[in-house]
Design a protein. Sequence first.
Lengths: 143, 143
Amino acid sequence: MKLTERKITTELRKHGYKLTPQRQAVIDTIVASQDLLTPARVYEKVSREHPDIGLVTVYRTLELLSRLGLICELHSGGTCPTYTASNPEHHHHLICSGCGKVVDFTGHNLAPLENRLARESGFRIQNHVLEFIGVCSACQETK
Amino acid sequence: MKLTERKITTELRKHGYKLTPQRQAVIDTIVASQDLLTPARVYEKVSREHPDIGLVTVYRTLELLSRLGLICELHSGGTCPTYTASNPEHHHHLICSGCGKVVDFTGHNLAPLENRLARESGFRIQNHVLEFIGVCSACQETK
DNA sequence: CTGCTAATTGATAATCGTTTTCAGTTGGAC
DNA sequence: GTCCAACTGAAAACGATTATCAATTAGCAG
């Protein structure tokens, strides 16, 4: 279940943070997107509607939302972190360490493990990353 | 099964790469370590024995070994990638998006999934990352 | 062993993403 | 409306990584 914009703004208020137009814009963008977004990509999308928002503010907002657990920060292979609203439609990655090719896959249910971990650790778990790293068939042939 | 230094040097030769003392040193360091190492950490360790090796060379060697599939590059939460010899003793992480605390856990067997993926994709799978992201109990209480 | 050549190296500079600093602005409680 | 802490954007600082380039060297041919 994706977080709604409403839920997020309520959470912000509850923790004493102000609800600025800039934050609204970043939240809208994250919630509306199906993809994992890098900070630069969020900035690009936000800028279309709000040209005078600063990249710095995007970084700050992402950091805040992530800290409050309203969005998730993931590190999937590339050099930049990516963000997504909590509990998105989920898929996993198979990454080639040779050429960087990424293949998506689905169909593995981690819910039982997630429940066990939540119970044992006290964490409120929002998301997970499952990546396999290997060498794709093309790269196995290359010298 | 960890890769031996011998196996790695043989692979290098096979692909037409030269076996320099600098590469030897980096390989030794990676193979000898149980931990995930950042490039900076590899450089630090290598420098003890070989003070005149350059950080740039460490980066290049890590990139080469990773491309050949002899070591794995992982992205576990932090800002830097980390490297490890293929198929190390493996554990997984539970990461708090609030404070960054990392809790290790073990006991989930991904081998069946790994086999299925290798069969379906043609990848030679070397490693995997399984991370759960959430908010730890302490951060759930903080505003 | 000697010489050759392409691969490799280290130092420097450039680049990229991110964070800090700071002076000016603003949301929202009163 | 007034006020103040929270927030903002621009610029500078920062750390990790990559590109450039002249000098060195591994490994092969003779």
